[in-house]
Design a protein around this ligand. Structure first.
Ligand SMILES: Nc1ncnc2c1ncn2[C@@H]1O[C@H](COP(=O)(O)OP(=O)(O)OP(=O)(O)O)[C@@H](O)[C@H]1O
Length: 275
C-alpha cells in the first residue's frame, strides 16, 4: 500500500490537464439581451492520477465544464492543455485523437445506455468509435471482458444481457466499464452517484478509487454533495458564477473555507444536515 501511495505521489507531479481563462456563453435565449457567460474565466489543473472534485451550487456551470473537458461541448475562449497539447486550437480530427484518453460517465445510468444493445456491445462501443482494434474482434472481446472484471461484474453473467435487465448500481458499473475500456488517463464523472442509494454510492466510489489506483486514472468528479468528496477526492475546486474561487483538500475546504461563497455552500450543507 505504501509503495502504491509513493507511485501515486510521483505520478501526480505530472500535469495532465491545464485549463486557463475558460469562457462559455449559451446563446439563443429569447430575451434579446446579451446572454451572460455561464463559464466566466475558469482556470484549474488536474495532475495525473489525481481525483479532483468540482463542487458548486446548481446551475454554477459544473456540467458545462465537464462537457467541455470531455469534448462534448465547445468553449468560446480559453486554453485547454491536455498532455502538453493545446486542444482548443486543434482541428476536430486531431483533437479527437488527442483526447481519446478522456472518457465521461453520466448521472443517469438509465438514459446513458441504449436499450437495444447488449452489455458487451455497449462496453465495446467506445472502441468502435475510436476505431481501436478494428480488425481484431477477439482483442475487442478480451478488452470488454477485462473491463467487466475491473468493475466486479462477471463477464459470462453480464455480457449477453441488456441494460434494462440490470439494477441501477449494475448499470452504473457498466457505465464505468464502458469508460474504462479504452484505458483512459482522465474520466469526467458527472454526478455518477446521485441516482443511487447511499450504500451503492459508496460501492461505486470504492470501485472508482480502486480503478484509479490500479491504472493511474485521474477523475474530474462533479458533485453537489460535499460529504461524498471526503475520503474520495484528493482536491476540490469550488465553482461560483463560472469561476473557480477556491481549491484545497476536502478537509481544508470544509474546515477552513477562504471564499465567502464556499462559506455559504458549507453553511447550506450544514443546514440541510440539521433539517
Ligand atoms: N445546452 C444549453 N443551452 C442553454 N443553456 C444551458 C445549456 N446547458 C446548460 N445551460 C445553462 O447553463 C447554466 C449552467 O448549467 P450546468 O448544467 O453546467 O450547471 P451545473 O452546475 O452542472 O448545475 P446542476 O448542479 O444543477 O446540474 C444553467 O443556467 C443552465 O440552464
Amino acid at each position: 500500500m505504501e509503495a502504491q501511495k509513493q507511485e501515486r505521489d510521483m505520478l501526480r507531479q505530472k500535469e495532465l490537464l491545464q485549463v486557463s481563462g475558460l469562457y462559455k456563453t449559451y446563446e439563443g435565449k429569447s430575451s434579446g439581451k446579451q446572454a451572460a457567460p455561464v463559464i466566466n474565466g475558469a482556470s484549474f489543473s488536474i495532475q495525473a492520477n489525481e481525483t479532483v472534485g468540482l463542487v458548486g451550487s446548481s446551475g454554477a456551470g459544473k456540467s458545462t465544464i465537464g462537457r467541455i473537458v470531455a469534448g462534448i461541448e465547445q468553449a468560446d475562449k480559453g486554453q485547454l492543455i491536455y498532455q502538453g497539447q493545446d486542444l482548443l486550437s486543434m482541428k476536430p480530427k486531431a483533437r479527437r485523437e488527442a483526447t481519446r484518453s478522456i472518457q465521461m460517465i453520466f448521472q443517469d445510468p438509465y438514459e446513458s445506455l441504449s436499450a437495444r444493445m447488449t452489455i458487451a456491445q455497449l462496453i465495446a462501443e467506445p472502441l468502435v468509435i475510436a476505431r481501436l482494434y478494428k480488425n481484431d474482434p477477439a482483442r475487442r472481446t478480451e478488452l470488454v471482458r477485462e473491463a467487466l472484471q475491473e468493475v466486479a461484474l462477471p463477464p459470462e453473467r453480464y455480457m449477453h444481457r441488456y441494460a434494462h435487465e440490470l439494477s441501477g448500481g449494475e448499470r452504473q458499473r457498466v457505465g464505468l466499464a464502458r469508460a474504462f475500456v479504452t484505458r483512459p488517463q482522465l474520466i469526467v464523472a458527472d454526478e455518477p452517484t446521485s441516482m443511487l442509494d447511499t450504500s451503492l454510492r459508496l460501492d461505486l466510489l470504492r470501485l472508482m478509487r480502486e480503478l484509479s489506483l490500479r491504472h493511474g486514472i485521474a477523475y474530474l468528479f462533479i458533485t453537489h454533495d460535499l460529504a461524498l468528496t471526503r475520503g474520495f477526492c484528493d482536491r476540490l475546486l469550488v465553482l461560483d458564477q463560472g469561476q473557480i474561487v477556491e481549491t484545497g483538500t476536502p478537509e481544508e475546504v470544509a474546515e477552513n473555507p477562504q471564499h465567502p461563497f464556499t462559506l455559504r455552500l458549507i453553511g447550506a450543507v450544514r443546514e440541510l444536515d440539521q433539517f
